[in-house]
Design a protein around this ligand. Structure first.
Ligand code: SF4
Ligand code: SF4
Length: 477
């Protein structure tokens, strides 16, 4: 009996030691010396404990009532701990409804002309459209002209890394030069569609399987399908890239019923340098990949005989984040980005809208909303204090945390990058090494695991983690 109990505790402790060794190795890979050091200390402590237990066993300690009680108590604590942190603590009904679950009032469609990128990179001062826009939005006129005078959204690109920023800005510009090549090919219309009788016979399930499979084959990190909610279609066109000014202010209508939404992973090593220039080069690369994948995916669907439109940085019909939530890619984080289970927030999102009937995915509850309630790490680390650390509030009819976009963009202009600090520090951003995969699987199902691992993230990685050194090719100093 005593021997059986001792073997049982040794199995439990060995499992913890193995996990901690894996965490130690992962921390070395992540270049987290403090976390590695602490993991090493835990391994030494637990090994010492096991040696002590062996020694006490040799002395016959566990055959005395006091020793047996101590052993049983230790096993009870371990057993209850596994149950307490491993059980499913109940679903978040709001998250399972997708964006619909966030709606508390009347949500209006968003006008693309009001979007900061449209204001910055499309509309030209002294143009007819400029006059018309600022007549109806006088509150934005001063802010936008100041930003233009400072050089636009990124101000002086790479300013934060001067004087060594040029190679990374060259990489950023190279990547940003790709989507314009694809923007004009966004629509895959009847010209390239097969006639009705030549279409392959695909059930909605088979169509979904093939389209998602091809998207992954092209390099998408996570893929989902949703029916398009018209509320998340932009109301009017505001982004103009090819002198097609006749479209500016036109109402946007999407006749298609479905959106294939996918995430492109941003490389962890590059993001971990944020707010420095490697991270903005990585953002640009993701937009480049997204345009390439979405254009081919739309062409693939067209070659199956259906209409499709690629949504990427040179053409959006939909707001990507709500569409991604409805397609089951993840949940909305405190900082306003999507957090996916597979890749955390280290993603950029793209879509293909289409009339190809496909089986849809359902929104998911991965515990993000609950995690964000007490984590607040992004709010603590944001250099422009743009992320709220309080409760959610109603924004355009939906209940969520409201990022102060203007002060966030103000920091972009000062740094000359797209910052990405919030993405870097988020506990969901860690590379998916084995220990982080285990932690995510617990966090997804258990509210107490969320609290525990949020605290441990601060303990092991720091409350305000510093940026890491970039890969050698992307050094800036
Ligand atoms: S991108 Fe930077 S400035 Fe903007 S919210 Fe995130 S941390 Fe703050
Ligand atoms: S850092 Fe924390 S609070 Fe912010 S989005 Fe990530 S999990 Fe949520």
């Amino acid at each position: 009996m005593v021997l059986f109990l001792l073997v049982l505790q040794a199995v439990f402790v060995s499992a913890i030691v193995l996990f901690t060794i894996a965490f130690f190795i992962a921390s070395l890979y992540e270049k987290e010396p403090k976390a590695a050091w602490m993991a090493g200390a835990v391994v030494v402590l637990l090994t010492g404990l096991e040696l002590l237990i062996c020694w006490l066993y040799g002395l016959g300690f566990f055959f005395h009532p006091a020793g047996l009680i101590l052993l049983l108590a230790g096993l009870a604590v371990i057993g209850y701990g596994i149950y307490f942190f491993g059980r499913h603590t109940g679903p978040n009904a709001t998250a399972l409804k997708g964006v619909e679950g966030l709606i508390v009032g009347k949500a209006r469609r968003f006008d693309e002309r009001e979007q900061v990128f449209a204001r910055e990179r499309s509309i030209r001062p002294d143009s007819e459209q400029y006059e018309a826009f600022y007549r109806s939005h006088p509150e934005l006129a001063q802010l936008d002209s100041e930003r233009r005078r400072a050089g636009g959204l990124l101000g002086t690109p790479g300013a934060i890394d001067r004087p060594g920023e040029r190679p990374n800005i060259a990489a950023m510009e190279a990547a940003f030069s790709i989507p314009p090549h694809f923007g004009k090919q966004k629509n895959h219309s009847p010209a390239v569609r097969l006639s009705e009788q030549d279409r392959p016979a695909l059930s909605p399930e088979d169509a979904a399987r093939r389209v998602k499979g091809f998207a992954r084959q092209l390099g998408a990190g996570a893929v989902g399908i949703t029916r398009i909610n018209p509320v998340w279609v932009y109301s009017h066109r505001g982004e103009i890239f090819y002198d097609n000014w006749e479209q500016w202010g036109q109402e946007i209508t999407v006749e298609y019923a479905y959106a294939v939404v996918f995430a492109v992973e941003m490389d962890w090593k590059m993001v971990s340098t944020a707010p420095h220039t490697p991270s903005v080069a990585e953002s640009a690369l993701s937009y480049s990949k997204g345009s390439w994948i979405s254009t081919q995916l739309a062409a693939y669907i067209a070659n199956l005989g259906y209409a499709a439109t690629a949504n990427h940085s040179r053409h959006y019909d939909l707001l990507m984040t709500p569409a991604a939530i409805d397609a089951g890619l993840g949940e909305l984080g405190r900082f306003g980005y999507l957090i996916t289970r597979e890749l955390g927030p280290r993603v950029r999102i793209f879509a293909v809208t289409t009339d190809l009937p496909m089986e849809c995915d359902q929104p998911v509850d991965i515990g993000v909303e609950d995690f964000c309630r007490f984590c607040k790490k992004c709010a603590r680390c944001c250099p422009s204090v743009s992320i709220p650390d309080g409760a959610q509030q109603e924004v355009n009819g939906s209940l969520r945390w409201k990022l102060n976009a203007e002060s966030c963009f103000g920091y972009w202009a000062r740094a000359g990058t797209d910052c990405n600090v919030c993405m870097r520090v988020c506990p969901w951003s860690h590379p998916r090494t084995l220990p982080h995969r285990i932690v995510i699987s617990l966090v997804v199902r258990n509210k107490w695991a969320r609290r525990l691992f949020s605290l441990m993230d601060d303990l092991f990685y720091g409350k305000k983690p510093k940026p890491k050194a970039p890969p050698a090719w992307a050094r800036f100093s």
